[in-house]
Structure formats: structure tokens, C-alpha cells
Write a protein that binds this ligand. Structure first.
Ligand SMILES: O=C(O)[C@H](CS(=O)(=O)O)OP(=O)(O)O
Ligand SMILES: [Mg+2]
Length: 233
């Protein structure tokens, strides 16, 4: 498999297969939403669009990164999301890096959104598709965020070498600037468990596929049967 690792600004054309990686925290949060029964996640282009969608659909759950804000139900925190009832509901998500990265490749035929918690399921979907060219979008810090790059490299390796050990990749993520800022309270809208929740490898047995549904980019879980048999959600 030919794997490329690009920041959002480096994308010049729609790749055939894109894996958009945001470990801390957008696509860890998205996976937790699905694990708690969310039906789908709409990736909003802007805060205004997220609020407009929420106004049109009051039963939807709107979340943003940073501090809590009027009109939003919650923030981009896996730890905090655990106490929100998202069962059967649509979530609208707007963040600084993750959702922007997914929207940047919305024309790609296959868009997966990933983090460590869905690493093996994502790798398995890439294997199933026999994808020979995959673009990993490293969403944080202009493509330099080491938690995202480490996860992208881990998934790329895992897609071709099933026995790849996660330890070194997790160490890099744990030592990333994002992990430090979350732990030290530099970032807002944080639960004390967030970093640990973002570093759980293969917590969930599904990949996450984003597709255009009308004008909206919509993320949905895709169960990977062999993982689901071993570890049902
Ligand atoms: O929520 C996050 O962790 C970040 C934003 S910030 O750096 O905390 O302000 O957003 P994401 O798009 O999930 O990287
Ligand atoms: Mg991030």
C-alpha cells in the first residue's frame, strides 16, 4: 500500500481513499458518540452552520471544541460526552482540525475518519478494499501533530502488517503537545479522562465512513464483522 501523510493545507486534489486522523479529540469523540448509539454525525462547515442545523432540528445534539457556548449541547470531549444521551440521535460536530480535515476531502470516493480507538477496524476496512494508494490527512498543527501522525502511521502499518505493536506509536501520542495541553488545562472543554480515552487502541469494533448526503458531510459507523464477533458494542 502506498501511504501518503499530508496536512490539510497540503491537499491539492481529492485522493481516491482518504483516512482523516484526529486523535485529540474529534474522532475519538465521534467514536464514543456511535458507541453510545448516535445514529449519525453531521460534520458542520462552521459554527453558524452547526447552530442553524440545531435550530432546524432541536432534537439533534450540537457540539463544538473549546469552551461551552450558547446554543451548543456539549463540547468536544470524550469524557464529557459519556454523560450525554445521544442514543438514536444525530450529532452535529464542529471542531478546529478534525471536521475541517474531513470536509477538505469530501469529494474523495472513500473517506474514513479515524483515531486510535478505531485503528484496527480502519486498517481492516482498508485491507478489505485492497486500497493500494491511501492519503492520510494529519489534521492537527498543519500536519505536524504527532498524535495524529503517529496514529496515521500505525494504521498504515497495521493495514499491511497485522502484528504491528502499538506501543511506540502510543508513546508518541502520549508525549504530544495536544496531550500536554489537555492534561495541563491549556485547552478548554476538557474532562480529566480525555487523554486516556484518546489513547485506547481498538476500543471500538467499527470504522467510521463519511459521505456526502445532499449538501451535508455525514459520518456513520461501519461495523467490521470479525471485530464485532470478538467484542460486540
Ligand atoms: O477539541 C480539540 O481537542 C481540538 C481543539 S482545541 O485544540 O482543543 O481547541 O479540536 P480537534 O479538531 O478535535 O483537534
Ligand atoms: Mg486534534
Amino acid at each position: 500500500m502506498d501511504a501518503r501523510f499530508l496536512g490539510i493545507a497540503d491537499l491539492v486534489e481529492a485522493p481516491s481513499v482518504a483516512v482523516v486522523v484526529d486523535v485529540m479529540r474529534a474522532f475519538t469523540v465521534a467514536a464514543w458518540a456511535f458507541a453510545q448509539g448516535a445514529e449519525k454525525i453531521v460534520l458542520a462547515e462552521s459554527l453558524d452552520e452547526a447552530l442553524a442545523l440545531k435550530a432546524r432540528h432541536p432534537d439533534w445534539v450540537a457540539l463544538k471544541d473549546g469552551p461551552p457556548a450558547p446554543g451548543f449541547d456539549t463540547v468536544n470531549s470524550p469524557g464529557l460526552l459519556r454523560s450525554i444521551d445521544v442514543g438514536g440521535r444525530t450529532v452535529v460536530q464542529k471542531t478546529t482540525a478534525g471536521t475541517v480535515g474531513a470536509l477538505a476531502v469530501k469529494e474523495a470516493p472513500l473517506v474514513l475518519c479515524a483515531s486510535f480507538v478505531v485503528a484496527e477496524a480502519t486498517a481492516q476496512l482498508l485491507r478489505t478494499r485492497e486500497s493500494d494508494s491511501v492519503t492520510f490527512v494529519v489534521t492537527g498543527d498543519d500536519g505536524q501533530a504527532d498524535e495524529d501522525l503517529a496514529c496515521a502511521q500505525y494504521i498504515a502499518r497495521r493495514a499491511t502488517e497485522a502484528g504491528t505493536d502499538a506501543a511506540e506509536f502510543l508513546r508518541r501520542a502520549a508525549e504530544s503537545r495536544a496531550a500536554a495541553e489537555l492534561a495541563e488545562g491549556v485547552r478548554q472543554g476538557v474532562h480529566p479522562d480525555d487523554v486516556a480515552l484518546c489513547l485506547e487502541v481498538d476500543r471500538f469494533p467499527f470504522a467510521m465512513v463519511a459521505t456526502l448526503e445532499g449538501s451535508l458531510m455525514v459520518l456513520r459507523p461501519r461495523a467490521m464483522p470479525s471485530l464485532t464477533d470478538e467484542d460486540p458494542v
